[in-house]
Design a protein around this ligand. Structure first.
Ligand SMILES: NC(=O)c1ccc[n+]([C@@H]2O[C@H](COP(=O)([O-])OP(=O)(O)OC[C@H]3O[C@@H](n4cnc5c(N)ncnc54)[C@H](O)[C@@H]3O)[C@@H](O)[C@H]2O)c1
Length: 452
């Protein structure tokens, strides 16, 4: 049989996407559709009591949507957060994060009494740690939030309970938390179920992905894995893949490190092409015509709180073995530095040629297109570096997805494009793609708006 052509592959992908979207629509209309069937199936498993009461520690971008979806599927939820404002808003049925469609679901589960929030945990059948796992100054992972949340639920644990870590964590964290639990509550050893189950949803599409994505579930024992699978089966329709806790922990870190390494390859090509006088966009497009090559697009670095963070959880623990992962992290950081230097040099060249300082437009602050999230954003880093180098003079900062910023005075993107002598594209927001190419400007296109 002949392999499918690129168009056939694209059509197949479009059809798949359409199917997922149609399914998402149907599920959004009737998210409980499959629950009754699933419950019946679960009742036939070896665990007779399905989990009816769960406690989610951390009501952020991941914990809150998961708690809401679980509540919507008939599990009574206590959502816990140390931030009293988050608790207050949640109990008022107000979403404190931005996520399409989730606000209505929250109102519904709060009104029906299936979810309530609190600053302290309550006795439940299952406990989920969904708290931050940042890194410290030296890029060492900081699991102190997971430990604090674990210590908070420790006194409530009883025989038969399920304890799950969802937070992205270094290898061995689940074992380390089990050690803490059993040193404080030795009578529970062998009597509770402990597992790790990482999250891989895409913000903006969380309701669909929470239900339909496959998940990896790793228990400390096979029984723990089964118990955790029993819980997630109540609302996840994707496949639940069984493994052990260490593999599940490394799996999450591997997924994001893989993205980081692949982006680093594209960024490295962009540096080579800049020196060689070759258009990197054309180069990658041509290389990707090979049936087994799929290079990602370069940008001005890697940001956000996942891809730019998680690889350090591997490099910190396995420094001798993780050469490529460490180099990729370094290269993606270097790309941001390189972009800032390129802007500064272009400004100097302009000044030497025109005997006046240029007006510069920095287009985009978010860490990826069409979002308002500026966390760990390379675009923000580059803009700050450039502004510091010229005492903030004549720099127009643009971020169409943010109304106001406490550090940057924001300018409309059309106005900035019109006024600037040098235009620096940092984030590939869709509105930027509608701007016409202007020969009268110096354009530094780090994110492929024009691909010239
Ligand atoms: N956001 C994502 O897209 C994403 C995707 C996959 C995995 N993750 C991982 O999921 C975890 C949570 O991420 P997030 O984006 O939801 O974080 P977040 O910062 O949005 O939310 C975490 C919440 O936990 C609360 N908290 C902190 N300590 C607590 C404690 N001891 N008890 C109760 N609540 C506590 C905080 O007040 C905060 O509201 C992290 O490990 C992250 O790496 C995030």
């Amino acid at each position: 049989m002949r392999p499918p052509t690129q168009r056939q592959r694209k059509n197949a992908t479009d059809a798949k996407t359409q199917k997922r979207e149609n399914h998402a629509d149907k599920t959004a209309k009737n998210p409980l559709k499959k629950t009754a069937k699933r419950r019946k199936k679960i009742k036939n498993t070896k665990f007779q009591d399905i989990i009816m009461k769960a406690c989610f520690m951390g009501l952020g971008y991941i914990g809150l949507p998961t708690a809401i979806i679980a509540a919507k599927h008939g599990i009574k939820i206590t959502g816990v957060d140390i931030n009293a404002k988050v608790v207050e808003k949640t109990n008022a049925g107000e979403l404190h994060i931005i996520e399409p469609g989730l606000g209505d679901l929250l109102k519904e589960v709060v009104a029906s009494g299936m979810l309530h929030a609190s600053t302290t945990p309550e006795v439940s059948d299952a406990y989920f740690m969904v708290v931050p796992t940042p890194f410290k100054g030296n890029h060492e992972p900081d699991v102190s939030y997971v430990e604090a949340a674990t210590r908070a639920v420790l006194p409530l644990l009883k025989e038969g309970d399920l304890y799950v870590i969802e937070s992205t964590s270094p290898v061995g964290t689940t074992e380390a938390m089990a050690k803490i639990i059993f040193s404080e509550r030795p009578e529970l050893e062998g009597k509770i179920f402990i597992a790790y189950c990482p999250e891989r949803v895409l913000p903006g599409n969380v309701i669909y992905e929470l239900v339909h994505n496959d998940r990896v579930i790793g228990g400390l024992t096979p029984e723990s894995t089964d118990k955790a699978i029993e819980f997630y089966s109540q609302f996840v329709q994707g496949t639940l893949h069984k493994t052990n806790s260490r593999t599940a922990e490394l799996c999450k870190l591997t997924e994001n490190s893989s993205r980081d390494v692949q982006i680093a390859f594209a960024n490295e090509l962009s540096l080579i092409c800049d020196k060689a006088g070759i258009n990197v966009w054309e180069l990658i497009n041509l290389a990707n015509k090979h049936p087994r090559v799929n290079i990602l697009q370069p940008g001005c670095g890697v940001g956000g709180h996942c891809i730019a963070v998680d690889p350090y959880f591997i490099t910190a623990d396995f420094p001798a073995e993780s050469k490529i992962i460490a180099d990729a992290r370094e290269l993606n950081n270097y790309k941001s530095f390189w972009c800032a230097e390129k802007v500064k040099n272009t400004m100097l060249e302009f000044e030497l040629k025109n005997h006046r300082k240029p007006t510069v437009a920095m287009m985009g602050l978010a860490f990826k297109p069409n979002i308002d999230d500026l966390r760990e954003s390379p675009a923000k880093y580059i803009t700050t570096k450039v502004m510091q180098s010229c005492n903030n003079a004549d720099i127009l900062v643009v971020e169409p997805n943010v109304k106001e910023h406490n550090v940057f005075k924001l300018t409309d993107y059309r106005e900035a494009y019109d006024k600037a002598d040098i235009v620096v594209f940092l984030t590939a927001h869709t509105p930027f793609k509608e701007l016409p190419w202007r020969d009268d400007k110096v354009i530094l296109d780090f994110c492929g708006i024009f691909k010239k």
